[in-house]
Design a protein around this ligand. Structure first.
Ligand code: HGY
Ligand code: MN
Ligand code: MN
Length: 419
């Protein structure tokens, strides 16, 4: 087996090219961000570009009924169970160039390197990108990979609607990515994803890469608060039913739940989106909505926190005379990645003399869906500027990206050549 070295310049060039699709200039800084919201025209353009690259790399491409797009590289024993790798190319509206594309284009770089070396593996290798990993538009994260691995039924996924009541199914048809392949995957031999850490830990500890131990539990909720609009000057406080004030109380309740320590040091809560109506300076908001994103490494603590949150919401509604209704939009239990594959990854990092450590993922990833059907694991690449992500400042160095994808190649080739 010739020594296989990925082409870091080619990888970074592909990241630049894809990063230019759906790019925008952040007014305040002039920085280039990425807005490839799921199933928009920009997402379509990104999908078409990567799908063409898959075809140019000689892969057999298929698109499934939820828009997941796979490229298959034949193995010597082509009916052997494939080894898989991939991630997502949709972004949050204020995204960066690396979140998702590093895993998709890194897997493509592995294929391009094998092609260049004329190396065939025993097992087939399948690479892909999954629909709407971010959940920013249709409300639930890992939509495509969850459908591929069976956590979400296809019909449920297709029926999800965005804020304008447009469904996933309609948009997939509109952008030409509503494929015919069945979305439910047969369990692959293994699934490995390379992704940026999206946080400050690895860089702060001087680590070059991370071996991901698992993903923490995630719980998303959308709340609607109904009160009564009133004049801000003439309405005494005790007569108000202020929907906006309810959100302030919810934030204070979440703060108290976190600082109490009742749910462990790892508990995190975010109210990321707030809308007020009529949203005017001199009118008490009669209606409001907000999202709550809870994260916790412990499923048990997450369940207790959700329980207390429900009770807190009832109390706030009663005290302020408002109605609070809500729906859970995402709920994934904590996931542990496969010991054997993690060890295999760590051994390659040791052999390459790469400083690395184990790390729990704070963010959700497609690999966590695969953990329910096959041995799955992840490689983390550290980011600069405290690892900021979901932001135009998102940046990982070419050296870090190259190191991460080189380990991805070494790992995938080992897995694809084993019995
Ligand atoms: O929200 C997350 O953890 C991921 O970025 N979808
Ligand atoms: Mn991601
Ligand atoms: Mn993300």
């Amino acid at each position: 087996m010739p020594e296989l070295r990925i082409d870091g310049a080619r990888l970074c060039h592909s990241l630049e090219q894809l990063g230019a699709v759906g790019s925008y200039e952040e007014e305040s800084t002039g920085l280039k961000g990425v807005n490839r919201l799921a199933l928009t025209n920009d997402d379509r353009a990104g999908r078409q570009l990567v799908k063409r690259w898959f075809e140019e790399a000689g892969l057999t491409v298929r698109v499934d009924a939820i828009g997941n797009t796979y490229g298959r590289r034949a193995g010597r024993e082509d009916d052997a169970t494939p080894v898989m790798s991939g991630s997502h190319i949709d972004s949050v509206p204020t995204g960066g160039r690396f979140d998702g594309p590093l895993g998709v284009l890194g897997a493509l770089e592995v294929v391009r390197t094998l092609n260049g070396a004329g190396v065939t593996t025993r097992r087939p290798i399948e690479i892909g990108f999954f629909t709407d990993e971010e959940g920013s538009r249709f409300g639930t994260d890992m939509l495509g990979s969850a459908t591929a691995c069976g956590r979400i039924e296809l019909d449920t996924a297709l029926a999800l609607r965005d804020a304008n009541e447009i469904s996933v199914g309609q948009e997939l048809s509109r952008i030409g990515f509503r494929g015919s392949a069945r979305p439910r995957l047969d369990p692959p031999h293994a699934f490995v994803e390379c992704h940026i850490e999206q946080g400050p830990i690895l860089d702060a500890r001087g680590m070059e890469l991370g071996v991901v131990t698992g993903v923490q539990a995630i719980h998303w909720r959308e709340l609607t608060i109904r009160g009564k609009s009133a004049h801000a000057g003439t309405t005494p406080m005790e007569l108000r039913r202020d929907a906006g004030r309810a959100i302030a109380h919810i934030q204070v309740a979440l703060d108290e739940m976190i600082t109490s320590g009742r749910y462990g040091a790892g508990m995190r809560a975010t109210i990321g989106r707030i809308t007020l109506r009529p949203n005017l300076v001199n009118v008490v908001p009669g209606r409001a909505s907000c999202t709550i994103d809870l994260r916790n490494p412990s499923d048990e603590a997450m369940a207790r926190a959700c329980e207390e949150l429900r009770a807190r919401l009832d109390g706030i509604a009663q005290n302020l005379g408002v109605e609070i209704t809500g729906r859970e939009t995402a709920a994934t239990a904590s996931v542990s990645f496969d010991e054997r594959v993690r060890t295999l990854i760590a051994e390659r990092m040791v052999a390459a003399g790469i400083k690395h450590e184990d790390i729990l993922s704070g963010a959700g990833h497609d690999a966590q869906e695969f953990a329910s059907i096959c041995p799955a694991a992840m490689i983390f690449v550290p980011g600069q500027f405290d690892g900021i992500s979901h932001n135009p400042r998102e940046y990982s160095t070419p050296e870090a990206c190259t190191a991460g994808i080189q380990i991805l190649l070494d790992t995938l080739v080992t897995l694809a050549n084993e019995d």
